[in-house]
Design a protein around this ligand. Structure first.
Ligand code: AMP
Length: 152
C-alpha cells in the first residue's frame, strides 16, 4: 500500500511511493529537485554575505571588495575583507594561481586605505590558511584586527 497521504493505490510493499499516482510522483519529483538544488549550492557563507542573502554588518563596499564585522570579534575592531568578483574567488591562500595572485594584495590595499580613512594607525592583518591554520570559511578573507575603534 502506498504511504503517501493522498494516495489510495496499491504499491509494492517495500516501495514507499507509487509513481503511477500523481500525488506520489509529485513528492518524488520535488524531493529530487530539492536534493539537486542543495548539491548544486556549493557557495560558502561569505558568498551569501557578499550576495546580501545573509545579513552582516557591512562597513565598506565598492565594486571589488566588501568588508564586514566578524560575528565573533577577537579585537575591538575585527573586520573581514573579501573580494567580490567571481573571477577573484579563491578558497584559500593555498589555492592561489596566476589568475588570482593579485587578490591578497587587493584586500591588503583596501584594508590599508580603510584604516587610513578611519584614522586607525595600528592594526593586524591575518590570513588563516587551511584547516590546520584555523581557516573555517573557504572563501579567501583578510582579518583586520585593531584595538582602535572605527567610526562606522
Ligand atoms: P577563518 O577562521 O579565517 O575562516 O575566519 C572565519 C571568520 O568568520 C571567523 O572569525 C568567524 O567568527 C567569522 N564568521 C562566521 N560566521 C560569520 C557571519 N555570519 N558573519 C560574520 N562573520 C562570521
Amino acid at each position: 500500500m502506498c504511504t503517501s497521504l493522498y494516495c489510495k493505490s496499491d504499491a509494492l510493499p517495500d516501495v514507499p511511493y507509487d509513481l503511477s499516482c500523481s500525488a506520489c510522483a509529485r513528492v518524488v519529483w520535488y524531493t529530487a529537485g530539492l536534493f539537486h538544488f542543495l548539491a548544486m549550492d556549493d557557495r560558502t557563507l561569505f558568498h551569501k554575505i557578499r550576495d546580501h542573502e545573509i545579513p552582516a554588518t557591512i562597513v565598506f563596499e565598492d565594486d571589488e571588495v566588501m568588508a564586514f564585522k566578524d560575528i565573533h570579534p577577537k579585537a575591538t575592531t575585527h573586520l573581514l575583507f573579501i573580494a567580490k568578483k567571481d573571477q577573484d574567488f579563491v578558497p584559500s591562500i593555498a589555492d592561489l594561481t596566476e589568475a588570482t595572485a593579485h587578490v591578497p594584495l587587493l584586500l591588503i590595499r583596501k584594508a590599508q586605505r580603510f584604516a587610513k580613512e578611519q584614522g586607525i594607525d595600528g592594526y593586524k592583518l591575518t590570513f588563516h590558511v587551511g584547516k590546520g591554520g584555523g581557516q573555517e570559511v573557504f572563501y579567501l578573507h583578510l582579518h583586520f584586527l585593531s584595538e582602535q575603534k572605527t567610526g562606522v
